[in-house]
Ligand binder design. Structure first.
Ligand code: GTP
Ligand code: MG
Length: 635
């Protein structure tokens, strides 16, 4: 092949090609020189690789869709040149017309340029890397049954730790507090209730590092305690149990420990792994020990943050204050928030005008884990909403403008969550497959009966996990727990009221209720069957023997074969063997009789077979199979 022919094939000038060949140490005289086929192939390969590199290296950021005029500017070409080029392809565009992304990419490619979608300012902020990590305070949440003393313990801690300060312990409610114990700082999230806790997690505002479950020693583990424990377990962080009200005459710490053992939280002094501590919010007994335990757990977590990057935070509470505007309590997650910073939060934005700590004191800046109340947002964001600092007012407006626009255009689509009927599709190979269930029943007896019936259909390959079980109606907190744990919700002889149904529909959570045990068991069985890894049945269809090899530029390497046994079917599974050893598994991608693409070729006939393998050799054997997936039944 002559060099000028080769150049044409590569879409290059002969001169350009000659220069490149010189660089590659190919000795070629001029454009009329010829090279043998093998050399030509090597040259094509090398030049294509160089072209690819050139194009990859030359990246220009644009916003799609792009008008022809703007594309011309970006490519530093005349618009008329692009119009002419498109006209050659019988495509007619005017200057201000948007060209679709694919076409824009193709045009740019012909000028050795790769176009890349410009990141939105929002994406840019989110991609800020955290470097220079330093220790931060743990964020602790108290949860437990009503009246077991969560608020009292927090109050005691705050009073004992802030009493010496000049404000004299007059506290302001901002939903989160920071105390400084002798061993370090701790941030407390004010007992949000486990529903809010999980709702925040569902929004991605997973700010709690450690959960303290509060149980009154005179009352013991209650249904809400169990709910709180299950929500805390689902969050995955460490759990400390504070057994409160030990000052009371009827306090029974051992009873609580025994109850804890039954819910898989065996206390350390009973040979288990759960840290427990007896406390009294009235006398203060055990409180220092509780703080020490929190610090020890925090140290094991090695909590760190970057104090220098632009701040991010999470809304804890927000309200409107007459005369001041929107007040929002936040906990800073990363970076340091400063007065004067511009930030975005949900569909709101603003410049931080003032900041107060939990004692009402003015602060100028707030670092990671620090709770502050901020003034300056132009609206009241929801708890759990993330807050971001942006470079200036303009970016804040652009980002929020886009968000508002998007939320208008957004069609409502519930998030993808697990469904009984399509568990099968979600099943991954190898891993043990789990079906997680939040289970509610009318009375304790039936709950246990249903649970043991469900556990009985466990198989070796599928694990049934009860994330939470309880007596009573299915409530919104069950739906939220199912959302964060990707469970389904099953109610037995219990109501699911309209609001809860609506919530589960909006969240895309599968929620079913049953009256008869067998119906429930049958449905779950059916789902588990779907979950079982499918068994594949294979049947031999035919065998082809490779006689010659063709190289086609478009479809790669084609094997000229003779069908030795059975038939070759396009699209079917195949195995390539050489010297009785399988060396490649694929599909029959192309199948040709002479020049025509065909569906199948029978025994004794010749055909061209493409299987996407370019090291085919004469006498290679291609075996064709049919595969069928068999559904398995549980015993
Ligand atoms: P909710 O926020 O309503 O869920 O309750 P809570 O868990 O915050 O309980 P709270 O702190 O409001 O305490 C409930 C009652 O128990 C109050 O009357 C407290 O005074 C009392 N109490 C709390 N802790 C103790 C304690 O250690 N000892 C005694 N004797 N009483 C306590
Ligand atoms: Mg309370």
């Amino acid at each position: 092949m002559r060099i000028h022919e080769l150049a044409k094939k590569l879409g290059l000038d002969s001169k350009e090609l000659l220069i490149k060949l010189k660089d590659l140490n190919f000795s070629v005289k001029n454009h009329m020189s010829s090279v043998d086929n093998e050399t030509a192939e090597i040259i094509i390969h090398e030049i294509e690789a160089i072209k690819k590199k050139e194009i990859e290296g030359n990246v220009i950021e644009v916003d799609f869709p792009i008008t022809l005029k703007d594309l011309a500017v970006k490519l530093n070409k005349k618009s008329s040149e692009l119009i002419a080029e498109l006209m050659e392809q019988k495509k007619f565009f005017t200057l201000n017309q948007n060209i679709d992304k694919e076409m824009a990419l193709t045009i740019a490619y012909s000028y050795k340029v790769t176009l890349k979608q410009k990141l939105s300012q929002e994406e840019e902020i989110q991609q800020v890397e955290s470097k220079n990590l330093q220790k931060r305070a743990p964020i602790v949440t108290f949860m437990g049954h009503i009246d077991h003393g969560k608020t009292s313990i927090l109050d005691y801690i705050r009073k004992s730790k802030i009493a010496d300060k000049e404000t004299g312990g007059i506290t302001q409610h901002i939903g989160a507090y920071q105390v400084v114990s002798e061993k370090g700082e701790i941030t407390f999230l004010d007992t949000p209730g486990h529903e809010t806790f999980t709702a925040m997690r569902a929004r991605g505002a997973d700010i709690t590092d450690i959960v303290v479950i509060v149980i009154a020693a005179d009352d013991g583990v209650k249904p809400q305690t169990i709910e709180a424990i299950d929500h805390a377990k689902a969050a995955g962080g460490p759990i400390i149990v504070a057994i409160n009200k030990i000052d009371k005459a009827n306090a029974n710490v051992d009873m609580v420990k025994q109850q804890l053992s039954k819910v898989d939280l065996v206390p350390e002094d009973w040979g288990g792994k759960t840290t427990t501590v007896g406390v009294s919010a009235i006398t203060g007994q055990g409180i220092d020990e509780l703080l020490d335990l929190i610090i020890i757990h925090a140290e094991m977590l090695e909590l760190k943050a970057d104090y220098e990057r632009p701040a991010t935070g999470v809304i804890v509470e927000s309200r409107l204050c007459k005369g001041k505007g929107a007040l929002a309590s936040i906990i800073v997650k990363e970076g340091t928030l400063n007065i004067g910073d511009w930030c975005v939060c949900g569909n709101f934005l603003g410049k931080i005008k003032a900041m107060h700590d939990d004692l009402g004191g003015m602060v100028k800046s707030a670092g990671p884990s620090f709770p502050v109340e901020i003034l300056g947002l132009n609206g009241i964001p929801n708890p759990g909403e993330p807050l971001w600092v942006v470079t200036n007012e303009k970016s804040a407006k652009v980002i929020v403008g886009k968000r508002i626009e998007n939320s208008k255009n957004e069609k409502f689509a519930p998030a993808e969550h697990i469904k009984l009927e399509d568990l099968f599709a979600n099943a991954k190979e190898e891993k043990t497959i789990q079906l997680k269930v939040v289970l509610k029943a009318d009375v304790g007896g039936t709950l246990e009966a249903v649970e043991s019936a469900l556990k009985n259909i466990n198989s070796q390959e599928v694990e049934l996990v009860i994330v939470h079980k309880g007596v009573g109606e299915v409530n919104s907190s069950d739906i939220l727990l199912a959302e964060v744990t990707d469970s389904i919700v099953v109610g037995f002889k219990v109501e699911i009221n309209v609001q809860v149904r609506e919530l589960s529909r909006r969240k895309g959570i599968e929620t079913r209720s049953y009256q008869i045990v067998y119906e429930l068991i049958d449905d779950v069985k059916a789902a588990l069957e779907g979950l079982l890894a499918p068994q594949v049945k294979r049947t031999f269809v035919g065998r082809a023997i490779v006689k010659t090899i063709f190289k086609l530029s478009k479809s790669g390497i084609i094997a000229g074969c003779i069908v030795d046994k059975g038939k070759v079917v396009r699209g079917s599974i195949c195995e390539l063997s050489r010297n009785n050893e399988v060396i490649f598994k694929s599909k029959v991608i192309t199948l040709k009789r002479f020049k025509e693409e065909v569906k199948e070729v029978i025994e004794g006939m010749e055909c061209g077979v493409g299987i996407g393998y370019n090291k085919l050799e004469e006498n290679d054997v291609i075996d064709i199979f049919h595969e069928e997936i068999i559904t398995r039944r549980l015993k």
